[in-house]
Design a protein around this ligand. Structure first.
Ligand SMILES: [Zn+2]
Length: 419
């Protein structure tokens, strides 16, 4: 079991259009009741400390526009609910008498679960993004749904004593490399070979806690927009690459774009090489099979490298065959990025996983593709960033799915069973 450090940057000052501000605090209106206003304001304050880290009460007031006595009352209620705790000193940076800060209570936890073709991972994540512990079960081949539920359950069982002793568990978030509908049914997940599987209800039954499932790239896009390089942007295009393809997530006006069918962002199946390599979707030459670490690993004579190792290997590789394949893939990714930026006009493009590795090797060429080639992009500032947390992002990102209902209605959480 590994214990990761607290998410860096969580104590940064909030930016203009932070995610928690998407639903501004409400004041009394004709059609709102006191109760609704209170719920909305509790939600706003809890989201603020969850995303931005510990805050002084006066900063909470400034950031939310709520007056001092309201902030005091809301924080008091959140303290009583056991969702925040007081910290030694508010990070004001000012000289003088230290005041007590307010932090999300990381003893309130959710499980972050990932189903991948080569592993099942479970992490215990605290409110505020702290990864308390993590367990991984490596696999030789993709698990079927029954096997996946068995493995996930036994990993969670391994954490149960710790959870019961120290934490309050609110639920689990599950990230799937495929299309997932709102009921938690996987419609299709080619890397896992799953089709029409009601996976969230099955896992919920096995674990005995609420499970919310989502597409892994969408989960990654939301996490980048909330905690990572996408903070402060409204229109973000996220592309994540791995050994099992490329997934995309689009956030527009602060909301994840779902499309009419609910599945916008399947950009990995954009055809970039007509008649190219066959893809799991049935077509040939999709971005996800042409821009793929497999070919490079083969040329490097390696079976498997993680993101950090691949960074190093490609950074020093001088083999002409490796350089040529790298160049071919970067060219195809450039082509795709130019098209995506033309189609969606994002202000920030985030590349994650294997695509983050390509960005590190070829930043200039990829920047050129999004800055110069797209129609009307000249003079427009588009940020091109590598995912903030690299491979660590997905350790805690799925947990956000499970924190959703709590953040929306903090007072709706079941009372603490004496922990
Ligand atoms: Zn495809």
């Amino acid at each position: 079991m590994t214990v990761a450090a607290r998410r860096p940057g969580s104590g940064d000052a909030p930016r203009d259009t932070a995610w928690w501000a998407a639903s501004p605090p409400r004041t009394m209106g004709a059609r709102t009741t006191n109760e609704e206003v209170r719920q909305q304001n509790l939600s706003t304050v809890l989201r603020l400390v969850h995303v931005e880290g510990p805050q002084s009460r006066s900063h909470i007031g400034t950031a939310t526009g709520l007056n001092r006595s309201t902030v005091t009352a809301l924080v008091g209620e959140l303290l009583e609910l056991g969702l925040v705790r007081e910290t030694e000193q508010a990070p004001t940076g000012r000289v003088g008498r230290p005041s007590l800060g307010v932090a999300a209570d990381d003893a309130v936890v959710s499980l972050s679960i990932r189903a991948e073709p080569d592993a099942v991972t479970v992490a215990l994540v605290g409110l505020g993004g702290t990864v308390h512990s993590r367990l991984r079960h490596d696999l030789a081949s993709a698990p079927n749904p029954r096997r996946f539920v068995q493995i996930a359950s036994s990993l969670v069982d391994g954490m149960r004593a710790d959870i019961e002793r120290h934490y309050r568990l609110v639920g689990a978030g599950l990230a799937i490399p495929g299309l997932v509908d709102e009921s938690g049914t996987v419609l299709v997940a080619p890397p896992l070979g799953w089709k029409r599987e009601a996976i969230a209800p099955r896992l919920e039954h096995a674990l005995g806690i609420p499970v919310t499932a989502g597409n892994d790239a969408s989960v990654g896009a939301m996490a980048e927009a909330r905690f990572g390089v996408g903070r402060g942007t409204d229109n973000l295009l996220y592309l994540g690459g791995s050994a099992y393809g490329i997934g995309g997530g689009l956030i527009f006006d602060g909301t994840l774009l779902r499309g009419t069918s609910g599945f916008a962002g399947e950009l990995g199946h954009t055809v970039v090489v007509p008649g190219g390599t066959r893809c799991g979707c049935g077509r040939r030459g999709c971005l996800g099979v042409e821009v793929h670490p497999g070919r490079l690993l083969e040329l490097l004579g390696r079976r498997r490298l993680d993101e950090d190792e691949l960074d190093i290997e490609l950074g020093v590789a001088r083999d002409p065959a490796v350089r040529a394949e790298l160049e071919r893939q970067v060219e195809l990714l450039s082509l795709a990025l130019t098209n995506f930026v033309n189609a969606f006009a994002p202000d920030t493009v985030v590349l994650s996983g294997y695509l983050g590795v390509l960005l590190a090797t070829s930043r200039e060429q990829l920047s050129h593709a999004i800055r110069v080639d797209p129609v009307g992009a000249e003079g427009r500032q588009i940020r091109l960033e590598r995912a903030y947390m690299r491979s660590h992002l997905m350790q805690f990102a799925p947990a956000e799915l499970a924190f959703g209902p709590l953040l929306a209605d903090p007072a709706g959480l079941a009372p603490r069973a004496g922990r």
